[in-house]
Design a binder for this molecule. Structure first.
Ligand SMILES: Cc1ncc(COP(=O)(O)O)c(C=O)c1O
Length: 411
Protein backbone atom coordinates (compact mmCIF):
# COMPACT_ATOMS: atom_id res chain seq x y z
CA UNK A 1 0.00 0.00 0.00
CA UNK A 2 1.28 3.48 -0.88
CA UNK A 3 1.78 5.73 2.12
CA UNK A 4 2.00 9.49 2.15
CA UNK A 5 5.64 10.63 1.85
CA UNK A 6 5.63 13.24 4.59
CA UNK A 7 9.16 14.44 3.80
CA UNK A 8 8.09 15.19 0.23
CA UNK A 9 4.94 16.88 1.50
CA UNK A 10 6.87 19.10 3.91
CA UNK A 11 9.32 20.10 1.19
CA UNK A 12 6.37 21.75 -0.61
CA UNK A 13 5.81 24.16 2.31
CA UNK A 14 8.37 26.97 2.83
CA UNK A 15 7.18 27.30 6.44
CA UNK A 16 8.96 24.08 7.34
CA UNK A 17 12.33 25.48 6.30
CA UNK A 18 11.72 28.97 7.67
CA UNK A 19 14.19 29.91 10.42
CA UNK A 20 11.42 31.83 12.16
CA UNK A 21 9.39 28.64 12.68
CA UNK A 22 12.10 26.15 13.61
CA UNK A 23 11.34 24.12 16.72
CA UNK A 24 7.66 25.00 16.55
CA UNK A 25 5.15 22.22 15.99
CA UNK A 26 1.98 23.62 14.44
CA UNK A 27 -1.32 22.42 15.95
CA UNK A 28 -3.71 25.25 15.05
CA UNK A 29 -4.26 24.20 11.44
CA UNK A 30 -8.04 24.36 11.80
CA UNK A 31 -7.57 28.11 12.17
CA UNK A 32 -5.51 28.36 8.97
CA UNK A 33 -2.91 26.16 7.30
CA UNK A 34 0.58 26.89 6.09
CA UNK A 35 0.65 27.89 2.42
CA UNK A 36 2.12 25.58 -0.21
CA UNK A 37 4.93 26.82 -2.46
CA UNK A 38 3.00 26.79 -5.76
CA UNK A 39 0.47 29.22 -4.25
CA UNK A 40 3.18 31.53 -2.91
CA UNK A 41 5.02 31.42 -6.26
CA UNK A 42 1.88 32.26 -8.22
CA UNK A 43 0.96 35.07 -5.84
CA UNK A 44 4.44 36.53 -6.14
CA UNK A 45 4.42 36.26 -9.93
CA UNK A 46 1.01 37.90 -10.11
CA UNK A 47 2.11 40.85 -8.00
CA UNK A 48 5.37 41.18 -9.93
CA UNK A 49 4.22 40.62 -13.50
CA UNK A 50 0.41 40.56 -13.83
CA UNK A 51 -1.01 43.04 -11.32
CA UNK A 52 -3.22 44.90 -13.78
CA UNK A 53 -6.95 44.77 -14.47
CA UNK A 54 -7.45 41.32 -16.06
CA UNK A 55 -9.14 40.46 -19.39
CA UNK A 56 -7.89 43.53 -21.30
CA UNK A 57 -6.03 43.09 -24.63
CA UNK A 58 -2.43 43.65 -23.40
CA UNK A 59 -0.28 40.70 -22.46
CA UNK A 60 0.06 41.16 -18.69
CA UNK A 61 -3.70 41.49 -18.42
CA UNK A 62 -4.39 38.45 -20.60
CA UNK A 63 -1.98 36.32 -18.59
CA UNK A 64 -3.61 37.45 -15.34
CA UNK A 65 -7.12 36.71 -16.60
CA UNK A 66 -6.06 33.35 -18.01
CA UNK A 67 -4.53 32.40 -14.67
CA UNK A 68 -7.78 33.30 -12.86
CA UNK A 69 -9.71 31.14 -15.35
CA UNK A 70 -7.19 28.35 -14.86
CA UNK A 71 -7.77 28.40 -11.10
CA UNK A 72 -11.53 28.11 -11.52
CA UNK A 73 -11.29 25.41 -14.18
CA UNK A 74 -8.75 23.24 -12.35
CA UNK A 75 -10.48 23.41 -8.96
CA UNK A 76 -13.80 22.60 -10.66
CA UNK A 77 -12.29 19.58 -12.43
CA UNK A 78 -10.72 18.36 -9.17
CA UNK A 79 -14.09 18.48 -7.45
CA UNK A 80 -16.13 17.08 -10.35
CA UNK A 81 -18.21 20.17 -11.20
CA UNK A 82 -18.46 22.62 -14.11
CA UNK A 83 -16.11 25.58 -14.04
CA UNK A 84 -18.89 28.15 -13.64
CA UNK A 85 -20.12 26.27 -10.56
CA UNK A 86 -17.06 27.49 -8.61
CA UNK A 87 -17.26 31.02 -7.13
CA UNK A 88 -14.60 32.92 -5.20
CA UNK A 89 -15.51 35.34 -2.43
CA UNK A 90 -13.63 37.08 0.38
CA UNK A 91 -14.40 34.36 2.96
CA UNK A 92 -16.87 31.63 3.75
CA UNK A 93 -18.66 33.95 6.19
CA UNK A 94 -19.08 36.52 3.41
CA UNK A 95 -20.28 33.82 1.01
CA UNK A 96 -22.96 32.51 3.39
CA UNK A 97 -23.99 36.10 4.13
CA UNK A 98 -24.66 36.76 0.45
CA UNK A 99 -26.42 33.42 -0.01
CA UNK A 100 -28.66 34.18 2.95
CA UNK A 101 -29.69 37.46 1.30
CA UNK A 102 -30.70 35.49 -1.76
CA UNK A 103 -32.59 32.88 0.28
CA UNK A 104 -34.35 35.67 2.16
CA UNK A 105 -35.84 36.99 -1.08
CA UNK A 106 -36.48 33.48 -2.43
CA UNK A 107 -38.44 32.24 0.61
CA UNK A 108 -40.02 35.43 1.95
CA UNK A 109 -43.76 34.98 2.05
CA UNK A 110 -43.52 31.56 0.38
CA UNK A 111 -44.19 29.54 3.54
CA UNK A 112 -41.01 27.44 3.34
CA UNK A 113 -38.71 26.48 6.20
CA UNK A 114 -34.96 26.01 6.56
CA UNK A 115 -32.97 23.65 8.78
CA UNK A 116 -29.85 24.75 10.66
CA UNK A 117 -27.79 22.78 13.18
CA UNK A 118 -26.25 23.65 16.51
CA UNK A 119 -23.10 21.79 15.44
CA UNK A 120 -22.05 24.46 12.91
CA UNK A 121 -19.49 27.24 13.16
CA UNK A 122 -21.39 30.54 13.37
CA UNK A 123 -20.65 31.24 9.68
CA UNK A 124 -23.17 28.58 8.58
CA UNK A 125 -25.64 29.30 11.36
CA UNK A 126 -26.29 32.92 12.34
CA UNK A 127 -26.99 34.21 8.83
CA UNK A 128 -29.66 31.54 8.37
CA UNK A 129 -31.19 31.94 11.84
CA UNK A 130 -31.64 35.68 11.23
CA UNK A 131 -34.07 34.82 8.43
CA UNK A 132 -36.59 34.07 11.20
CA UNK A 133 -36.89 37.86 11.54
CA UNK A 134 -38.33 37.88 8.00
CA UNK A 135 -41.01 35.34 8.88
CA UNK A 136 -39.10 32.35 7.46
CA UNK A 137 -39.41 29.31 9.69
CA UNK A 138 -36.05 28.11 11.03
CA UNK A 139 -35.82 24.58 12.44
CA UNK A 140 -32.87 23.46 14.54
CA UNK A 141 -31.31 20.04 14.07
CA UNK A 142 -29.71 19.48 17.47
CA UNK A 143 -26.63 17.54 18.53
CA UNK A 144 -26.61 14.91 21.24
CA UNK A 145 -25.47 16.97 24.27
CA UNK A 146 -23.06 14.26 25.43
CA UNK A 147 -21.36 13.33 22.18
CA UNK A 148 -22.01 16.24 19.82
CA UNK A 149 -23.35 13.74 17.26
CA UNK A 150 -26.01 14.80 14.73
CA UNK A 151 -28.50 11.99 14.19
CA UNK A 152 -30.01 11.79 10.67
CA UNK A 153 -33.17 10.28 12.22
CA UNK A 154 -33.78 13.65 13.89
CA UNK A 155 -33.39 15.37 10.53
CA UNK A 156 -35.93 12.98 9.00
CA UNK A 157 -38.49 14.24 11.53
CA UNK A 158 -37.71 17.87 10.68
CA UNK A 159 -38.19 17.13 6.97
CA UNK A 160 -41.34 15.04 7.26
CA UNK A 161 -43.96 17.71 6.46
CA UNK A 162 -42.28 18.67 3.15
CA UNK A 163 -42.01 22.38 4.07
CA UNK A 164 -38.21 22.55 4.29
CA UNK A 165 -36.51 24.15 1.28
CA UNK A 166 -32.91 24.31 2.52
CA UNK A 167 -30.82 22.18 4.91
CA UNK A 168 -27.62 23.80 6.22
CA UNK A 169 -25.09 21.60 8.04
CA UNK A 170 -21.35 21.02 8.35
CA UNK A 171 -19.26 18.31 6.68
CA UNK A 172 -17.58 18.25 10.08
CA UNK A 173 -17.69 20.73 12.93
CA UNK A 174 -14.59 22.72 13.89
CA UNK A 175 -14.88 21.47 17.49
CA UNK A 176 -16.79 18.15 17.37
CA UNK A 177 -14.91 17.03 14.22
CA UNK A 178 -17.12 13.99 13.58
CA UNK A 179 -17.41 13.45 9.82
CA UNK A 180 -21.11 13.70 9.05
CA UNK A 181 -22.62 11.36 6.43
CA UNK A 182 -22.92 14.14 3.87
CA UNK A 183 -24.12 12.00 0.96
CA UNK A 184 -26.88 10.48 3.09
CA UNK A 185 -27.98 13.86 4.45
CA UNK A 186 -27.98 15.55 1.03
CA UNK A 187 -30.00 12.64 -0.38
CA UNK A 188 -32.53 13.01 2.46
CA UNK A 189 -32.82 16.74 1.76
CA UNK A 190 -33.22 16.20 -1.98
CA UNK A 191 -35.89 13.52 -1.43
CA UNK A 192 -37.81 16.01 0.73
CA UNK A 193 -37.58 18.70 -1.96
CA UNK A 194 -34.89 20.76 -0.19
CA UNK A 195 -31.49 22.05 -1.30
CA UNK A 196 -28.43 21.33 0.85
CA UNK A 197 -25.77 23.84 1.96
CA UNK A 198 -22.69 22.13 3.37
CA UNK A 199 -20.00 23.96 5.32
CA UNK A 200 -16.88 22.07 4.26
CA UNK A 201 -14.41 24.49 5.88
CA UNK A 202 -13.32 22.01 8.55
CA UNK A 203 -13.24 19.05 6.21
CA UNK A 204 -11.63 20.29 2.97
CA UNK A 205 -8.12 20.67 4.52
CA UNK A 206 -8.16 16.89 4.94
CA UNK A 207 -8.95 16.24 1.28
CA UNK A 208 -10.82 18.23 -1.36
CA UNK A 209 -14.38 16.97 -1.88
CA UNK A 210 -15.86 14.91 -4.71
CA UNK A 211 -18.99 17.05 -5.04
CA UNK A 212 -21.14 14.72 -7.21
CA UNK A 213 -20.49 11.87 -4.76
CA UNK A 214 -21.60 14.07 -1.85
CA UNK A 215 -24.62 15.43 -3.71
CA UNK A 216 -24.35 18.88 -2.10
CA UNK A 217 -26.11 21.80 -3.80
CA UNK A 218 -23.78 24.28 -2.10
CA UNK A 219 -20.38 23.34 -0.69
CA UNK A 220 -18.26 26.02 0.98
CA UNK A 221 -14.66 26.06 2.16
CA UNK A 222 -11.89 28.53 2.91
CA UNK A 223 -8.71 28.35 0.83
CA UNK A 224 -6.56 29.79 3.62
CA UNK A 225 -7.15 26.50 5.44
CA UNK A 226 -6.50 24.37 2.32
CA UNK A 227 -2.91 25.54 1.70
CA UNK A 228 -4.01 28.50 -0.40
CA UNK A 229 -4.59 32.27 -0.14
CA UNK A 230 -7.30 34.01 1.90
CA UNK A 231 -10.34 33.27 -0.27
CA UNK A 232 -13.71 31.67 0.37
CA UNK A 233 -14.54 29.08 -2.25
CA UNK A 234 -18.15 28.22 -2.93
CA UNK A 235 -19.35 25.42 -5.16
CA UNK A 236 -22.88 26.28 -6.27
CA UNK A 237 -24.60 23.69 -8.40
CA UNK A 238 -26.48 25.00 -11.38
CA UNK A 239 -30.01 24.25 -10.12
CA UNK A 240 -29.75 26.21 -6.87
CA UNK A 241 -27.74 28.93 -8.61
CA UNK A 242 -30.62 29.44 -11.04
CA UNK A 243 -33.36 29.19 -8.39
CA UNK A 244 -31.93 31.88 -6.10
CA UNK A 245 -32.13 35.55 -7.11
CA UNK A 246 -28.74 36.98 -8.19
CA UNK A 247 -27.00 39.31 -5.71
CA UNK A 248 -24.41 40.89 -8.00
CA UNK A 249 -24.62 43.58 -10.67
CA UNK A 250 -27.76 43.03 -12.77
CA UNK A 251 -25.83 42.75 -16.05
CA UNK A 252 -23.75 39.87 -14.61
CA UNK A 253 -26.77 37.79 -13.64
CA UNK A 254 -26.38 35.27 -16.45
CA UNK A 255 -22.89 34.20 -15.31
CA UNK A 256 -23.32 31.67 -12.51
CA UNK A 257 -20.00 32.38 -10.77
CA UNK A 258 -20.84 36.11 -10.63
CA UNK A 259 -24.38 35.76 -9.30
CA UNK A 260 -23.52 35.46 -5.60
CA UNK A 261 -20.21 37.32 -5.33
CA UNK A 262 -21.16 41.00 -5.49
CA UNK A 263 -17.67 42.31 -4.77
CA UNK A 264 -14.99 42.41 -7.45
CA UNK A 265 -12.75 39.39 -6.86
CA UNK A 266 -9.22 39.60 -5.46
CA UNK A 267 -7.53 38.86 -8.79
CA UNK A 268 -4.14 37.80 -7.45
CA UNK A 269 -5.59 35.48 -4.86
CA UNK A 270 -8.05 33.90 -7.27
CA UNK A 271 -5.18 33.25 -9.71
CA UNK A 272 -2.99 31.86 -6.92
CA UNK A 273 -5.70 29.32 -6.06
CA UNK A 274 -4.47 27.38 -9.12
CA UNK A 275 -1.45 26.60 -6.93
CA UNK A 276 -3.65 24.36 -4.76
CA UNK A 277 -4.33 22.24 -7.85
CA UNK A 278 -0.59 22.28 -8.67
CA UNK A 279 0.07 20.98 -5.17
CA UNK A 280 -2.47 18.15 -5.35
CA UNK A 281 -1.13 17.17 -8.79
CA UNK A 282 2.47 17.21 -7.49
CA UNK A 283 1.46 14.87 -4.68
CA UNK A 284 -0.28 12.59 -7.14
CA UNK A 285 2.66 12.39 -9.52
CA UNK A 286 5.14 11.85 -6.69
CA UNK A 287 3.16 8.95 -5.21
CA UNK A 288 1.73 7.31 -8.32
CA UNK A 289 4.43 8.14 -10.89
CA UNK A 290 2.06 9.40 -13.60
CA UNK A 291 -0.37 12.19 -14.25
CA UNK A 292 -2.54 9.98 -16.44
CA UNK A 293 -5.68 9.90 -14.27
CA UNK A 294 -8.46 12.49 -14.55
CA UNK A 295 -8.33 15.44 -12.12
CA UNK A 296 -11.17 14.12 -9.93
CA UNK A 297 -9.52 10.68 -9.67
CA UNK A 298 -6.14 12.29 -8.84
CA UNK A 299 -7.82 14.36 -6.16
CA UNK A 300 -9.53 11.31 -4.67
CA UNK A 301 -6.30 9.33 -4.58
CA UNK A 302 -4.49 12.19 -2.82
CA UNK A 303 -7.45 12.66 -0.46
CA UNK A 304 -7.20 9.01 0.58
CA UNK A 305 -3.42 9.25 1.15
CA UNK A 306 -3.85 12.33 3.31
CA UNK A 307 -6.67 10.83 5.34
CA UNK A 308 -4.83 7.55 5.95
CA UNK A 309 -1.80 9.45 7.26
CA UNK A 310 -3.94 11.65 9.50
CA UNK A 311 -5.86 8.69 10.92
CA UNK A 312 -2.56 6.89 11.72
CA UNK A 313 -1.26 9.92 13.60
CA UNK A 314 -4.50 10.92 15.29
CA UNK A 315 -5.34 7.63 17.00
CA UNK A 316 -2.48 7.69 19.58
CA UNK A 317 -3.32 11.32 20.44
CA UNK A 318 -7.01 10.48 20.86
CA UNK A 319 -6.16 7.42 23.00
CA UNK A 320 -3.84 9.49 25.15
CA UNK A 321 -6.48 12.20 25.71
CA UNK A 322 -9.31 9.71 26.30
CA UNK A 323 -7.25 8.00 29.01
CA UNK A 324 -6.80 11.19 31.03
CA UNK A 325 -9.40 11.84 33.70
CA UNK A 326 -8.71 15.58 34.01
CA UNK A 327 -10.24 16.54 30.66
CA UNK A 328 -13.17 15.85 28.34
CA UNK A 329 -12.37 14.78 24.81
CA UNK A 330 -14.96 16.24 22.44
CA UNK A 331 -16.16 14.18 19.50
CA UNK A 332 -15.41 10.59 18.43
CA UNK A 333 -12.57 8.61 19.90
CA UNK A 334 -12.03 6.63 16.68
CA UNK A 335 -9.76 8.61 14.35
CA UNK A 336 -11.40 7.29 11.19
CA UNK A 337 -14.73 8.86 12.17
CA UNK A 338 -13.37 12.33 12.59
CA UNK A 339 -11.01 15.03 11.39
CA UNK A 340 -7.82 15.46 13.44
CA UNK A 341 -9.24 18.64 14.96
CA UNK A 342 -9.21 17.65 18.60
CA UNK A 343 -10.96 19.89 21.11
CA UNK A 344 -10.72 19.15 24.82
CA UNK A 345 -12.54 20.80 27.70
CA UNK A 346 -10.23 21.21 30.70
CA UNK A 347 -10.67 21.76 34.41
CA UNK A 348 -9.43 25.34 33.86
CA UNK A 349 -9.38 28.04 31.19
CA UNK A 350 -7.91 26.79 27.92
CA UNK A 351 -6.07 29.90 26.75
CA UNK A 352 -3.38 29.94 29.47
CA UNK A 353 -2.80 26.25 28.76
CA UNK A 354 -2.28 27.07 25.08
CA UNK A 355 0.15 29.79 26.18
CA UNK A 356 2.03 27.25 28.32
CA UNK A 357 2.18 24.89 25.33
CA UNK A 358 3.71 27.70 23.27
CA UNK A 359 6.57 27.67 25.76
CA UNK A 360 7.10 24.01 24.85
CA UNK A 361 7.25 24.70 21.10
CA UNK A 362 3.62 23.82 20.43
CA UNK A 363 1.44 26.26 18.49
CA UNK A 364 -2.17 25.70 19.58
CA UNK A 365 -5.10 27.81 20.67
CA UNK A 366 -7.77 28.03 23.34
CA UNK A 367 -11.23 29.61 23.23
CA UNK A 368 -14.58 29.05 21.53
CA UNK A 369 -13.39 29.18 17.88
CA UNK A 370 -16.74 30.79 16.92
CA UNK A 371 -18.36 27.45 17.75
CA UNK A 372 -20.28 29.05 20.60
CA UNK A 373 -23.50 27.17 19.85
CA UNK A 374 -22.01 23.66 19.69
CA UNK A 375 -19.88 24.18 22.79
CA UNK A 376 -22.91 25.58 24.62
CA UNK A 377 -25.00 22.60 23.52
CA UNK A 378 -22.33 20.28 24.90
CA UNK A 379 -22.42 22.09 28.24
CA UNK A 380 -18.85 23.39 27.92
CA UNK A 381 -18.08 26.39 30.12
CA UNK A 382 -17.65 29.11 27.49
CA UNK A 383 -15.50 31.20 29.84
CA UNK A 384 -12.95 28.41 29.91
CA UNK A 385 -13.45 27.42 26.30
CA UNK A 386 -11.64 24.43 24.85
CA UNK A 387 -8.05 23.69 24.00
CA UNK A 388 -7.94 22.78 20.32
CA UNK A 389 -5.18 20.65 18.84
CA UNK A 390 -5.60 20.42 15.09
CA UNK A 391 -3.33 18.97 12.47
CA UNK A 392 -3.30 18.01 8.81
CA UNK A 393 -1.43 15.69 6.45
CA UNK A 394 1.88 17.58 6.65
CA UNK A 395 2.13 16.96 10.37
CA UNK A 396 4.76 14.38 11.34
CA UNK A 397 4.67 11.56 13.85
CA UNK A 398 7.51 13.28 15.73
CA UNK A 399 5.39 16.41 16.10
CA UNK A 400 2.47 14.44 17.55
CA UNK A 401 4.88 12.75 19.99
CA UNK A 402 6.22 16.18 20.95
CA UNK A 403 2.65 17.38 21.52
CA UNK A 404 1.87 14.48 23.84
CA UNK A 405 5.07 15.10 25.84
CA UNK A 406 4.22 18.80 26.10
CA UNK A 407 0.65 18.04 27.23
CA UNK A 408 2.08 15.76 29.92
CA UNK A 409 4.22 18.63 31.17
CA UNK A 410 1.58 21.33 31.03
CA UNK A 411 -1.61 19.61 32.21
C1 LIG B 1 -16.15 25.21 10.19
C2 LIG B 1 -15.94 26.64 9.79
N1 LIG B 1 -16.84 27.23 9.01
C3 LIG B 1 -16.72 28.50 8.60
C4 LIG B 1 -15.64 29.25 8.99
C5 LIG B 1 -15.55 30.66 8.52
O1 LIG B 1 -14.65 30.77 7.47
P1 LIG B 1 -14.14 32.20 7.00
O2 LIG B 1 -13.07 32.59 7.96
O3 LIG B 1 -13.60 31.95 5.62
O4 LIG B 1 -15.28 33.12 7.01
C6 LIG B 1 -14.66 28.70 9.81
C7 LIG B 1 -13.51 29.50 10.23
O5 LIG B 1 -12.79 29.17 11.11
C8 LIG B 1 -14.82 27.35 10.22
O6 LIG B 1 -13.92 26.76 11.01
Amino acid sequence: MIRLDVDFVRAQFPAFSSAALQGQAFFENAGGSYTCKPVIDRLTRFYHDRKVQPYAPYLASQLGGAEMDEARARLAAMMGVDRDEVSFGPSTSANTFVLAQAVRVWLRGAGGAIVVTNQDHEANSGVWRRLADEGIEVREWRVDPQTGHLDPADLARLLSDGKVKLVCFPHCSNVVAEINPVAEICAMAAAAGAFSCVDGVSYAPHGFPDIPALGADVYLFSAYKTYGPHQGIMVLRRAIGAALPAQGHYFNADVLYKRFTPAGPDHAQVAACAGMADYIDALYVHHFGTEAAAPLARNQAVHDLMRAHEVRLAQPLLDYLAARNDLRLIGPRAAENRAPTVAVALDRAAEPVAAALAGQGIMAGGGDFYAVRPLGALGVDLERGVLRLSFVHYTSQAEVAKLITALDQVL
